[in-house]
Design a protein around this ligand. Structure first.
Ligand SMILES: Cc1cc2nc3c(=O)[nH]c(=O)nc-3n(C[C@H](O)[C@H](O)[C@H](O)COP(=O)(O)OP(=O)(O)OC[C@H]3O[C@@H](n4cnc5c(N)ncnc54)[C@H](O)[C@@H]3O)c2cc1C
Length: 381
């Protein structure tokens, strides 16, 4: 019997394996991963300094432990090069592997920063444990970090670095952090809270070139101003990995296109996690991939199950101003209003009928958070 093959050992690939094994201990499963296959919670990469964790402490299980506990083969340091949909097999840099069903849990690539100059190659990004280990090695004995991008990941790293005593500067094209998902007064509060913690902001700017300056890097910004830091981290966003699927004739848009069964345009091939576009939604967060893992596990175990997305607020890990954000759907008509409640600032986005379509909660109030989440419409009912 050919195995179910999962490409990817991130939270999506391993999440599916765990859910599948709750339902079916025996069907052969092979996980193939280009990295070392350690299981870790990727969100912990942007608050590991504050939690005092070294990179090697972030892995919960090795590939061998997963393999033993999940009765699955895990092929590490193995890169998939091609999918042969006609022969139902994949080609890797270590040989071919046949499959009964194939799951693409390929993740996403950091968007290229576009900075020119001789030191551009020294700019780091953090999208997996290996990247994070390199980042922490680069930080050793250093004082200052410039971050490109003031979105979710950029703000979290800025907070974590500032709290750990580094001088953090953020170069951000927008006029305020997270401006696409936060109403202006809350974005303002976030920028002020991070500034009070020592973060220097360069709003409305992007870095255009990087030169070596002693052991550090001098960035030239698009207004000609310069900024020198020991380490530069790019956090300008991620783009789903599509090339493998596209080369095999699997339809892709912003992500690998799947239906509610997580089935791609090719029968027997599924996609999930950061690489997938589910009915137009590309949601590169943990909660959606957990929903996907449960649904796809049931399908693969013999009970066809469409994925459902409830409202899934995202927690922004900025302890200087803890935020929970459930953005309204794009182009959703409505208005923001703000009030203080349970010692928290709450922004509600309501439509003309007065129904809650989005919210932002500033502060820690788990009860209020679950109350607001309950009032929100499902993303995919
Ligand atoms: C710093 C940071 C902080 C975050 N914080 C949060 C948070 O607080 N809350 C939240 O909800 N989300 C957060 N996220 C997002 C969340 O972590 C991701 O959505 C999730 O981890 C993605 O998992 P994945 O399995 O889809 O992708 P990945 O973890 O990227 O896994 C992809 C896998 O595919 C493998 N692969 C790719 N191509 C090939 C190939 N050709 N051959 C073999 N293997 C291949 C890779 O080796 C890897 O194992 C954060 C992300 C980052 C980077």
């Amino acid at each position: 019997m050919e195995p179910i093959v999962i490409i990817g050992s991130g939270m999506a690939g391993y999440g599916l394996l765990r859910e599948l094994r709750k339902l079916d201990r025996e069907t052969p499963v092979t996980v193939i991963t280009a990295d070392e296959g350690a299981a870790y919670a990727k969100p912990s990469l942007s608050n590991a300094l504050a939690t005092g964790k070294a990179p090697e402490q972030l892995a919960n299980q090795t590939a061998a432990q997963i393999s033993a506990s999940m009765n699955a083969e895990v092929l590490t340091h193995t890169r998939v090069i091609r999918i042969d949909t006609a022969a139902q097999q994949i080609e890797t840099d270590q040989g071919s592997v046949p499959y009964s069903h194939l799951v693409l849990a390929l993740g996403a690539d950091p968007i290229a920063h576009g900075v020119a100059g001789p030191a551009a190659g020294k700019i780091l990004s953090v999208n997996d444990l290996g990247d994070y280990t390199r980042f922490r090695t680069a930080l050793a004995g250093k004082k200052s970090v410039a971050i490109l991008g003031g979105g979710l990941i950029g703000c979290e790293f800025a907070n974590d670095l500032a709290a750990a005593g580094y001088e953090a500067a953020v170069v951000h094209l927008g006029a305020s952090p997270l401006e696409r998902i936060l109403p202006a007064p809350i974005a303002q509060r976030l920028s002020e809270s991070l500034a009070a913690a020592g973060v220097a902001w360069h709003f409305g700017r992007r870095a255009v070139s990087a030169e070596t300056a002693g052991n550090g890097i001098t960035l030239t910004l698009d207004d000609g101003s310069v900024l020198t830091a020991d380490v530069v981290l790019s956090a300008i966003g991620l783009r789903p990995r599509l090339a493998l699927a596209q080369a095999a004739g699997v339809a892709a848009g912003r992500g690998i296109v799947v239906d509610r069964m997580l089935q791609t345009s090719v029968s027997g091939i599924y996609a999930m996690g950061d690489c997938a576009e589910v009915e137009g939604w590309v949601l590169p967060y943990v909660q959606p991939l957990l929903q996907q893992a449960r649904a796809l596990a049931a399908t693969l175990a013999g009970t066809p199950t469409p994925v459902c997305y409830p409202a899934m607020p995202v927690v922004v890990k900025t302890p200087v101003l803890p935020l929970t954000v459930a953005p309204p759907a794009p182009n959703q008509p409505g208005q923001w209003s703000m009030e203080m409640e349970a010692a928290c600032l709450v922004a509600r986005f309501k439509n003309e009928q007065g129904n809650l379509q989005g919210f932002v909660l500033c502060g820690q109030a788990p009860g209020l958070r679950s109350e607001l989440t309950k009032q929100m419409p499902s993303v995919l009912p």
